[in-house]
Design a binder for this molecule. Structure first.
Ligand code: ADP
Length: 408
């Protein structure tokens, strides 16, 4: 303001100085022509310090760019700008958030832009908060997207693993079928010559082809025992192969548990008696399974002959029957003995084919190690199961569960 100040100008100046907003007037080249006391106080400048400076020097860097690219071009084009957010730069270097209204007009022979600035503390706070919230939302979103991607990937992996499992299952099933078919054929092929051996041994033993010495009779007895063992083994293998190949039919019908137990007992009674083993049957007369009678009897026979085989003299074997489930939807037959028992680590394996706890030759000759495997497969085939509990030196308990035959 190079002109001499009139009285009116002085009044206006003092009014401006006390106005509750900052004021600055600058020429088109940015040179500050006037600034009021409020603005000087806001920015921390002394009385004449702002005059002659460039207006950009009271803007922070971002606002300076904004001033050059938008603010001033806007003012020049429209002659005014309103509610423009600007960050002022104080002398101390602090930034002050302000809202600015500007008017460009001719005064004293030149174009001057008058600006007023209102502090906007709250707005800044809100904007910061908004910005932070936006950033947090963006981060959360990013994280979500990342997780979605990971999920998609693991889904894909699961799918692939599922396919691989399915493929392996098919392969295993095929291999199992091939194995069963092979075993079935082999067993047939072996049974024929074995039966022939048995027949000829019997002929010799009967002396039909001439008298035999005691030594020869003894040898023939051994051949006969070995032959019978092999036939048993082959029959078991054949049975297991048939069951596993799904070639066994189950004729399911209501069958009384007590009746079945009494039908099987006579087959093991001689051995039980001869070894002085006591036996008990405790089955409620009304208990009825929905099962294949012959197969249940086969399982029971196997369990009872095992119990007999592995129980020393003066021991006992007990068969009990009970209902199971809330509505008695299952029945349970337990064959319990006071025999040698099975070590815990072997118990889980006794249902596997060819597993015998006692590996000694004598024991091997007695059994095939297939009885329990067959029994469990049969139980499962009827919708039931076979399980075992045992303690070495105390005894064993084999539990056969079957679906009950409930009155409609
Ligand atoms: P095995 O023809 O040898 O009896 P199993 O499959 O019936 O074949 O039984 C497998 C093995 O489980 C037996 O060799 C025996 O070691 C063990 N086992 C089965 N039942 C009993 C039992 N009641 N007490 C002790 N061990 C048993």
């Amino acid at each position: 303001m190079t002109d001499r100040l009139s009285d009116v100008d002085v009044v206006v100046d003092s009014l401006l100085d006390t106005a509750p907003c900052g004021f600055v007037a600058f020429a088109d080249d940015g040179t500050i022509r006037a600034a009021n006391a409020t603005l000087r106080d806001m920015l921390g400048y002394g009385r004449d310090e702002l005059q002659g400076r460039r207006v950009e020097s009271i803007l922070n860097i971002g606002s300076r760019i904004f001033y050059q690219t938008h603010f001033f071009p806007l003012v020049k084009l429209h002659g005014r700008a309103e509610e423009i957010f600007l960050l002022l730069r104080a002398k101390s270097g602090d930034d002050l958030a302000t809202m600015c209204n500007a008017v460009r007009r001719q005064r004293g022979g030149e174009w001057v832009t008058d600006c007023v600035f209102m502090r906007v503390h709250e707005r800044q706070k809100f904007e910061d908060a908004l910005l932070r919230a936006k950033k947090a939302a963006e981060e959360a979103n990013e994280q979500l997207e990342h997780q979605a991607l990971e999920l998609e990937m693991s889904e894909q992996q699961l799918l692939e693993q599922g396919e691989e499992l399915e493929r392996q299952r098919t392969l295993a099933e095929e291999a199992n079928r091939a194995k069963s078919a092979f075993l079935a054929t082999m067993s047939h092929e072996l049974r024929t010559p074995l039966n022939a051996i048995g027949g000829y041994v019997q002929l010799l033993e009967l002396g039909i082809q001439g008298p035999i010495t005691e030594q020869q009779a003894d040898a023939l007895a051994r051949i006969s025992r070995a032959q019978r063992h092999l036939v048993r083994l082959i029959n078991d293998v054949l049975n297991l192969a048939r069951i596993e190949a799904g070639r066994v039919e189950y004729n399911l019908a209501p069958c009384n548990l007590e009746e079945m137990a009494h039908a099987v007992l006579p087959m093991v009674e001689p051995q039980l008696r001869s070894r002085g083993i006591r036996y008990f049957v405790e089955i409620a007369p009304e208990l009825t399974a929905y099962a294949d009678r012959e197969k249940v009897q086969q399982i029971l026979l196997n369990l009872l002959s095992n119990a007999t085989k592995f129980t020393p003299a003066n021991g006992s074997v007990t068969v009990t029957g009970a209902a199971e489930g809330e509505r008695g939807e299952r029945v349970r037959l337990v064959v319990r003995d006071t025999g040698v028992g099975i070590p815990a680590e072997r118990l889980a394996h006794v249902f596997e084919p060819f597993v015998q706890v006692d590996d000694s030759h004598a024991r091997r000759a007695e059994g095939t190690g297939l009885g329990l495997a067959i029994s469990r497969d049969l139980a499962c085939g009827m919708g039931g199961d076979l399980s075992a509990e045992s303690r070495v030196g105390v005894g064993s308990a084999f539990t056969l569960t079957l679906p009950a035959s409930l009155p409609a």
